[in-house]
Design a protein. Sequence first.
Length: 339
Amino acid sequence: MIAFLVLTAPAGAATFDPDRLLRPWPKVESGEGGRPVSFPSHSPFSLADVAKAAWRNPKARAKATLHLPKGVSARRPVPAVILLHGAGGILTNREPVYAAQYARMGIAALVIHVYEARNHRGYGFVGRLLNITESMFLADAYAGLRYLAKRPEIDARRVALIGFSYGGMATMYAAYRQVARAYAPKGPRFAAHVAYYGPCIVRFADSRATGAPLLMLMGDGDAITDQRRCAKVAGDLRGGGTRVRSIVYRGAFHQWDGNWRGPFSIGRSLAPCRYWVHRDGTIRDLRTLLPMADPFTRKITLGLCASKDGYMIGADPAIRARSNRDVGRFLARVFRRGD
């Protein structure tokens, strides 16, 4: 049973002004105003698993942090954003800060903790990548959308999905009609998608889109986002019936809104990897033709395609301010249409 928090304060009820997104975003403390929530979700390993009847039984309890604008009321529902973290998990200077900023601007924010719901402490960084997949990220994202849609103070027609790196990749997947129909055949849909520096390593045989617009943000100094590959993904989705805008920031590295100033090199780049999603949801590595069906085949295919060279990360307040402006303009247009 979901407990609803509805604050009834007619005189001071929260109101949302889309133009607030066009001004400099407020300075906040990381995580201010958030409270933990939980709701049913699932843990499909791949998109092909979503269609299986057994998957429909809850396999996980999603964990998240909910940030509500002050004075929010069912009398004037507000729009919302769902935030998906990257492979490294939630960063103190990223998801919690954005969530608090959105709440200050009159937008509810739900930060999904994908790893916490799936015994992430039993895995190291590589173990999480092999065992906790983008399909699980999507399961929690759609579970979060259903959760928000049941809350009377949230306008379910105006919920955007925003992801960072690994979460950004999942956010792009959600723009495809095939994905939306698999996870929410009769449920609500996202009104928009924003992908921060998401690797463009997957293309879909069925490129039909949900129609919700997508904003892709990347840096020209980020080796993990192949701009040519991202242009092909953007072209697929445009051909599938959605508006896509891509912005490349000159001099920006991966995680320009992260915790570390840098720049310095970390990890291994996934940019050389190439995967294909078939119409039945099977994900196949185009180098080995192996399906990504379990942690073993995932390890083989990622191990063979990932570059041994690292990629540069580095926080940059100036780039972050620019991306805030661009995301603000994008979301203001999307949320204004729902007025």
